[in-house]
Design a protein around this ligand. Structure first.
Ligand code: DON
Length: 564
């Protein structure tokens, strides 16, 4: 079951992303400011905001709204995400604008006649969590921005109103989802041509209703979305398809500032989004598990290296599935999970010659702990050395596929990130336990791992990726490729990657990314291998000793770096 759904997702990714062979980019270096995102327009808008005197946070808010216009499959106002901010004065903070389960959500909301219906948490109105993006952007700019909100939203409004020409990939993305859009009135109107024709590269894509919604947000801030006509439109959509989100859910939604998780490795400090992101705990655990091994000597992507790092990934993902969820609802034994002793203990069963089977490996034992649960990433550094790392999502490509009639935007399908049925895999094959079971008002566990790495107090890397659970392992490898192997930015980002998530018990790897003899050496150790058309899509920035800002644009997508 888990494997079938993973395969399905792999094929979906085939149609929504380009593969490694699509383009090879060289890194670009800038001295003053840089924005790396999944879309040309959004990166250019971020750069303009920086040039107009905005800081990295102003630019991030502008990019988030621009992506809601130009990357409707993942950029959003109907979804949520995470932001990590590091200021030049050393302050680091994180903002959790993840969606929440509606108040009327119940543990068995996806069970029909005693049977768990996984499709209901993936497509359609019941898959939708209460959106967090608009509250998050307003909070971020109020606390750290220099520009007024309405100024940074203007470029997105203009793009929505005047339109932009679709790239080949954008046209294909929309066409590939046509049949599903047609099931929902508003989506059929906004995201199909309306007849039997298909979108083509070069078509002008105009979104007037979205422009008006963005104008409301520009004028009224969070109230422009969580009350008034936009809230009416969301609640109407709920009534049309029997969804759960109410005015109260919208009114009560709050994004939350949280302390980052900090991991130390080879003189670098990684500041990572804490739970409900699982990425932070997993990355910190993996680094703790592998730091005694001679990684550089093993050689990048050698069988020995892939083996030891995959075994650490396996163990961290087993813990993820048991211990992690929304920290506002459950107790997470954070200190133990991150401790050297616990992680060394987890690796005690590691054998250099033989893969551990996931069947024989459960989550680690933590005594005294009482158990009580299509994405896009962008990175920005400004001329003063402030940095922002944001991962934002509707979950699947185009989320629930339900759009809000009259308001012009898509709603997420983030409810699938709960362990909708503890023990049953979600669309990414991830198994969850009680810690991540559905509860009203709870946030679903995420793999999104925006990260800022500092060295001697200064920004050294701004990292993050899209790609479900592969976000965690892609971000880890974007870091290790520089920290351990000394790669430069574009090289570190483009390298073939691998991924293990405990269950299903196999190493996924970038198509053509491991040589046949490396694959054979891993198989001899007992690993099962599975090639995929892209392990994550990362948009990174790497800072040189002399302060130069270098782009790391993932060749697995069609992202863009803009700087000056
Ligand atoms: O938060 C999460 O972990 C998922 N909703 C992320 C989904 C994702 O990355 C899809 N693909 N690119």
């Amino acid at each position: 079951m888990a494997f079938t759904r993973i395969l399905l997702l792999a094929f979906t990714l085939l149609f929504t992303t380009q593969t490694l062979t699509a383009q090879v980019l060289t890194s670009k270096s800038y001295g003053n400011g840089i924005v790396v995102s999944a879309d040309y327009h959004a990166s250019e808008i971020g750069k303009q905001i920086l040039q107009q005197g905005g800081n990295a946070v102003d630019a991030a808010v502008a990019v988030q709204f621009a992506l809601a216009v130009t990357l409707p499959r993942a950029g959003n106002i109907g979804g949520g995400g995470f932001m990590v901010v590091h200021l030049a004065d050393g302050e680091t903070n994180t903002l959790d604008f993840r969606e929440k389960a509606p108040e009327r959500a119940t543990r068995n909301m996806y069970v029909r006649n005693g049977e768990f219906k996984s499709d209901l948490s993936w497509e359609g109105i019941l898959a939708v969590g209460v959106p967090g993006t608009v509250d998050g952007m307003v909070k971020a700019i109020e606390r750290y921005g220099r520009m007024p909100l309405d100024m940074v939203i203007q470029p997105a409004i203009k793009l929505a109103r005047e339109g932009y020409t679709l790239s080949y990939t954008q046209a294909q993305d929309l066409n590939n989802h046509k049949d599903t859009f047609k099931k929902y009135q508003a989506s059929a109107r906004y995201f199909t041509t309306g007849d039997s024709t298909l979108f083509e590269e070069g078509d002008l894509f105009v979104q007037e209703d979205l422009a008006q919604t963005l104008e409301r947000i520009a004028r009224f801030g969070r109230e422009g979305f969580y009350s008034g006509p936009v809230a009416d439109a969301i609640v109407n959509e709920m009534s049309r398809y029997r969804g759960l989100i109410s005015y109260r859910d919208l009114r009560n939604y709050e994004s939350v500032w949280r302390e980052p998780i900090v991991a130390d490795f080879l003189g670098y400090k990684l500041h990572i989004m804490p739970p409900p992101s699982s990425g932070s705990v997993a990355i910190a655990q993996i680094l703790e598990m592998i730091d005694d091994y001679p990684l550089a000597e093993m050689g990048h992507n050698s069988a020995e290296y892939v083996h030891v790092v995959s075994e650490a990934m396996r163990r961290a993902f087993a813990d993820r599935s048991y211990y992690l969820g929304d920290p506002d609802f459950i107790d997470i034994p954070m200190e133990e999970l991150l401790s050297e002793e616990y992680n060394n203990d987890r690796m005690a069963s590691f054998s250099a010659d033989q893969a551990t089977t996931s069947e024989s490996l459960e989550h680690g034992e933590i005594t005294g702990f009482l158990e009580s649960s299509e994405t896009t990433h962008f990175s920005i550094v400004d001329k003063d050395g402030n940095a922002v790392s944001v991962t934002t999502t509707l979950n699947g490509s185009f989320g629930s596929h339900v759009s809000v009639s009259g308001a012009g935007f898509l709603l997420n399908n983030e409810m699938d990130d709960f362990s909708a049925q503890p023990g049953e895999p979600n669309a990414y094959g991830l198994i969850g336990a009680e810690a991540n079971a559905i509860e009203p008002g709870k946030r679903m566990l995420s793999s999104m791992s925006p990260t800022i790495v500092t060295r001697d107090g200064k920004v050294d890397m701004v990292l993050g990726a899209a790609g479900g659970p592969r976000i965690i392992t892609a971000t880890l490898q974007s870091f290790l490729n520089k920290a351990v192997f000394g790669m430069r930015s574009q090289q570190a980002t483009a390298q073939p990657r691998f991924h293990h998530q405990w269950l299903p018990d196999m190493i996924f790897f970038d198509d053509f990314g491991l040589s046949p003899d490396t694959q054979q050496a891993l198989e001899e150790r007992g690993h099962r291998l599975f090639p995929m058309p892209g392990i994550g899509r990362a948009h990174n920035i790497y800072v040189d000793q002399n302060g130069d800002l270098n782009s790391g644009v993932d060749p697995r997508g069609d992202g863009h770096a803009s700087g000056y």
